[in-house]
Design a protein around this ligand. Structure first.
Ligand SMILES: [Zn+2]
Length: 420
């Protein structure tokens, strides 16, 4: 006996049997007939017309559902109470199948998701259907997030408990988009029109303890994510709402971590005015290393020595010494002069955000590795695979889906849906 073939054949049989049972269950309600008239939802009465079957794909098998069909003459549209009752309005997929489609569509390319559904669950759908349903669920998640945001901004979202130290780590990462999404947006110098749009991503996490060496420890499973392709204003509100949900109002210390991007510090100033601002140490070091290469030649001992000394300044919390060292440079050539000027601007602007020795004494994280990993996980792994080109609408839906999933809120979303 070929066990594998037998297993799969039996699974198929079980699905057929389950499908028949589910069909009986779904049709045991008199097709949702509620008398001659039902309210249409717009203040009129819709009149009963007839019964109309619809095929619904469930996790077991396709089932035929009988539904009482009403029509509102004033609205000129059909009303089917049963579709509302069972959450199958405007779709031929059951909520259970949609959940699985959202799950795979959030995780992997839609075509891969289609294959996994067939292989793992015996559910056969099209790639396009996975895409449509996953993105629709992402938009539903976003709608709930917007409602939550409105509550947070109105002061109606109360934090659960006190938080010792709350971190907000911010970063941006590009997502490849279809050409019409970058009209009027120039790309980087000399590369023609932009091919990507920036996703702004925020990680919120807490810290309670230090390890034996006095280094901060991120609280387990405390990281949640928000992200979207949107303006700094919109993203600022999104991040603020998440911070409120995570207890920013009851946080003893608030830390904003980021690279040198101007929008990050604008958001910090507007929404988290009392927060400690920290520029990611590794970005600061990278600036030093890049400048060293430009001044003394890539790979040269002089470049390494110079960069090592400047990194020591950074570690010692001596940003002023670093800035003074930049001032002593006499670079030749326009490119080098311009690079030094830029570096001076960067370190002067961010000097107060680079007190690394002090931050370490306070037991704080000085690196934004969490959000960089978040960019890779939430955005890179799913949205930046080769050949992918997104619309902003589609990308934002999948980002919303992934943020919910990786923030541990997927189950919560389905419970909220079931309750509404
Ligand atoms: Zn009506």
């Amino acid at each position: 006996m070929d066990l594998e073939a037998t297993e799969l054949a039996l699974r198929s049989t079980m699905h057929q049997v389950g499908g028949r049972l589910l069909e009986q269950l779904l049709n045991a309600d008199g097709a949702g007939y509620r008398g001659g008239h039902v309210p249409c939802g717009q203040g009129h009465q819709a009149a009963f017309v007839d019964y109309r079957p619809k095929a619904i794909l469930t996790v077991l098998a396709p089932v035929a559902v009988q539904r009482a069909y009403y029509h509102c003459d004033a609205c000129r549209r059909g009303v089917i109470p049963k579709d509302q009752d069972w959450d199958i309005a405007g779709t031929t997929f059951s909520p259970g199948v949609r959940r699985l489609m959202g799950r795979v569509g959030g995780k992997e390319a839609f075509a891969e998701g289609r294959r996994d559904l067939a292989e793992l669950a015996g559910i056969v759908v099209t790639t396009k259907a996975v895409e449509r349903v996953a993105e629709a669920l992402g938009r539903e998640i976003e709608t709930l997030a917007q409602q939550e945001q409105a509550l947070a901004l109105a002061g109606k979202l109360l934090p659960l408990r006190e938080v010792p130290t709350l971190y907000l780590a911010l970063d941006g990462t590009g997502v490849p988009v279809v050409p019409h999404e970058t009209v009027g947006r120039p790309g980087e110098e000399g590369t023609g029109p932009a091919k990507t749009r920036e996703v702004k991503l925020g990680c919120v996490f807490t810290q309670t303890r230090l390890d034996a060496k006095g280094r901060p420890l991120r609280d387990g499973a405390s990281t949640t994510y928000v992200g979207a392709i949107e303006s700094a204003e919109g993203f600022g509100r999104r991040l603020y709402a998440e911070a409120v949900r995570r207890g920013v109002a009851r946080a003893a210390r608030i830390i904003v971590l980021g690279d040198g991007a101007v929008w990050i510090w604008g958001i910090a100033a507007e929404h988290f005015p009392g927060a400690v601002q920290i520029v990611d140490l590794y970005h600061a070091r990278e600036h030093v290393a890049e400048l060293g290469k430009l001044l003394y030649g890539p790979g040269s001992a002089a470049a390494k020595d110079w960069a090592a000394s400047r990194c020591e300044d950074l570690d010692a919390g001596q940003v002023e010494r670093l800035i003074a060292a930049l001032g002593r440079l006499r670079p030749r050539g326009q490119e080098a002069q311009e690079a030094v000027r830029k570096a001076q601007g960067y370190f002067e602007t961010n000097a107060a955000r680079m007190r690394y020795a002090q931050f370490r004494r306070q037991g704080l994280f000085v690196g934004s590795g969490v959000v960089e990993a978040g960019c890779k996980t939430i955005v890179g792994q799913r949205l930046k695979q080769s050949g992918m080109r997104w619309t902003v609408r589609g990308a934002n839906a999948i980002i919303a889906l992934r943020c919910a999933e990786l923030s541990g809120r997927w189950e919560e979303f389905w419970e909220a849906r079931a309750a509404s």
